[in-house]
Design a protein around this ligand. Sequence first.
Ligand code: BG6
Length: 491
Amino acid sequence: MIIEINQACDLVIFGTKGDLAKRKLLPALYKLEKSKKIHDNTRIIGAGRADWNRLEYKKIVKTAIQTFLNEKFDNFIWEKFSTRLYFCNIDVYETLHFFRLKEILQKQKNINIFYCAVPPNTLNSIFKGLGDTSLNSEPARIVLEKPLGICLKTSKLINDQISKYFLESQIFRIDHYLGKESVLNLLALRFANSFFFQNWDNQTIDHIQITVSEEVGIEDRWNYFDKMGQMRDMVQNHLLQILTIIAMDQPKNLTSEDIREKKLNILGALKRIDINNINMKTVRGQYCAGIIKGKKVFSYIEESGSNKSSQTETFVAIKVEINNKKWFGVPFYLRTGKRLSHKYSEIVVVFKKNPINLFKNSHLKLSHNKLIIRLEPNPNIKIDIFNKIPGLKQEYELESSQLEYNHIYQKNYKNSIDAYERLLLESMRGIQSLFVSREEVEEAWKWIDPIINAWKEKNKNILQLYISGTWGPKNSDLLLTREGRFWHKFQ
Ligand code: BG6
């Protein structure tokens, strides 16, 4: 069912005092106000344990937006936005408190959206509280943040708990990478351009690299991150989602059912990595002290709250293979890490060489053509090609050149749409295609769990240290060089 874009909603934010709400959700909602995407009667209701009245809540929200907004704060927009704000003092472990929320919600006949920006151990109380007060009935929606569990078993538990109260069509599981403009553009690039569409399989592609590199460390999140590691925090969701979009077959249309089905086919076809091949397929690392952009940074085990003997990985590189006809023999190399040299995300599609080299007299070896898709920062597309150097020489003299296109810059498009802006709007529209299905989450865990279990085996896959500000452990290069390949250099 597609709900009209201008439908009025009551957006309840559980965890409104938390980091995510302050840094991301509230500034994104303010920006949606600015772009006039929110229905006039939509209300935003902060929910949490605090003795705030409406005025106090407004002040807190204003400070958060002023602090984290990535553009100039406009008082005129704020005045309008602030009329939408309400606060409900609610202890989610007390079912009776949910009646307070119900009272506020019943004042208008809006569609209720419950956004759970809370730690996973609070989720079930929220589901139950909403269920026991019948706030769960359709057309209510519920939005869940990652992490959804730390393994298949815990993820299933959350999904089972929520499914007692909500239908799958009411559940919106966030992976904020799916709301990024440059990730959305991948679908357009692949399926609106026959040039790419026709050249997208093991006949033409040698291998694909996906890098999501971060400069930040764990940002005071030891308790969260040390239990997760980069594999659960980044690979299980963001990197696998990018991989599925790059590898999936063309969906019949752009409905959430079709897109999710195609992505699921890829997740289900990932070749298992376990104790038997863990060393050949994965590298895990942890950062030690170093320098990033001229600033000295501490090692992982010196982060505040740390446990000095932690074996948690802050870097992962993996060789992924997809067991289907289209991708047989084409490795996907994924790498992601914290405290690396630069923050950027990129997909590099390396094409097979032309088997016949017409130019062998002057160029014994031709290198691979590459399609380089920069997702962030400054999204752009580059293609490495060969050209003849003009001149009268008898032999062909070739040089490699790069075609480059940055459509946002070249067409002067607005470049600052945040992923959360998009995803909040889609949840208000009731469209699920940018959200992750239960099957996708669980299929991803099925593939991730054996890797993490193999890492736990003694002496099987040793955690490698790397210096902050580099590109990760040396073995990450080895993953490719032993197959005659190289990570594409950051440019
Ligand atoms: C989050 C992770 O999901 O994504 C963080 O929990 C990570 O650890 C962040 O830093 C990266 O997001 P982005 O949008 O900055 O690439």
